[in-house]
Design a protein around this ligand. Sequence first.
Ligand code: ZN
Ligand code: ZN
Length: 334
Amino acid sequence: MAKRELRYNPLLGQWVMVSSERALRPWRPSDKCPFCPGSGEVVFKGNVAVVPNKYPVLTPDAAAIVGGGRFFKKCPALGACYIVVETPRHGVSDLCELSHEEMRAVVRAWVELTKELSRSGRVNYVAIFRNRGEEVGVSLSHPHTQVYALPHIPLKVRVKLRNARGYYLRSRECLFCRILREELSDGARVIYRNRDFLAFLPFYANWPFEVHVYPVRHIKLLTELSDSEVSYLADVLRAITGALNALFSRPMPYVMFIYQAPLKGEYEYFHLHIEFYPMLRDRDKLKYAAGIELGTWDFTYDGVPEENARELRRACRKALEERYINGPVLGSCN
Ligand code: ZN
Ligand code: ZN
């Protein structure tokens, strides 16, 4: 019987997802990809297949905790883990190689999953993320996003909520809308924009080429996206991944995370956004989260954000001109 539970760290207010099954995950099986058509594990609708994660850290039927400790707190690992397989084509290396239509279908799958999970009543947070590259521990190279339905609000999201709420109470304004306005009016760190989204290397970036993507309209959840916003989100994600891969003319390892509001409660001051943490600081140099980063959560930044933004904007133009992106885009990097 697999051991699966959530353990609480009272020092940090952090939940740790303990799963004995995770240790059994296959490491890059070279012969048989479970996400390829014909594997028996995926059914594609159009270019997308949504499947339960075979090695979930959270399950809808997690066993109740028997005989909790006197001091240390634990909870059943209630929730769900899904995989959104983004294309039947195994060799697609990143989102920019999907067509606009295919990328739109992927965004729609994220929206549908969020909608479905919010109906269950037991899920409090839908975490959607994408790991790209062996450097960030990708065990299956077939293009996919992961979706975790969590019973709790993750620590980093709680920190953002606390700061956004404080700012909102002081200024009667959304903190994210303010950041968006500041980045737009400064312009020095803007990488790409289209009608509904702005992508920028933030003033306070941690990673050398970190990119944040904000919808211009104040919305909290993927489920609030209009049809046109789905289309423009698909567009900005293709453009940014194209730019990241063009930057050093090689595949950029990165983590992408979609931050939505929690499902339970009122979070009017929260604003949907997406963050990319690219791992390279140069063509063959990785940026590591090491001593100061792990020990303090503060970051050292190698370089100057405005200069790196200029470089990444140049890469974005190159991506558009040299066909790093599959088909035309809807915005520009000027
Ligand atoms: Zn495959
Ligand atoms: Zn806002």
